[in-house]
Design a protein around this ligand. Structure first.
Ligand code: FES
Length: 111
């Protein structure tokens, strides 16, 4: 297996997202991983609006209706599948994707 193992698939309940630190050399990059069934979607945890992390409370990444990722600072909402902002001050600008995958029931990030 390549990449950095983050967790088991079941550690991200279906329809939710979790935050992680991705070790990259001497630094750690804040990312989030959203799960939709047997698919996962990874993004840098930085809002395109002003660059802050999306969540104020741990792992609180979803909109109230559970359909979109949401930035808690000014309420921007992003499609889970491609990270595009569809509502809020950074509409039309996407979250930066990171490569995540599932292998053997484990979620990993990296190539
Ligand atoms: S910082 Fe995310 S919407 Fe403003």
């Amino acid at each position: 297996m390549t990449g950095h193992v983050l967790c088991r698939v079941e550690d991200i309940p279906d329809g939710t997202a979790r935050g992680f630190d991705w070790p990259r050399g001497e630094t750690k990059v804040k990312i989030l991983v959203a799960r939709r069934g047997d698919r996962v979607f990874g993004y840098r945890n930085a809002c395109p609006h002003v660059g802050v992390p999306l969540e104020l409370d741990p792992d609180d990444f979803m909109s109230l209706d559970g359909l979109h990722l949401q930035c808690s600072t000014h309420g921007a909402q992003f499609r889970v599948e491609d990270g595009m902002c569809v509502l809020g001050p950074c509409i039309g600008r996407p979250l930066r994707s990171v490569p995540v995958s599932i292998t053997g029931g484990m979620v990993s990030v990296g190539d």
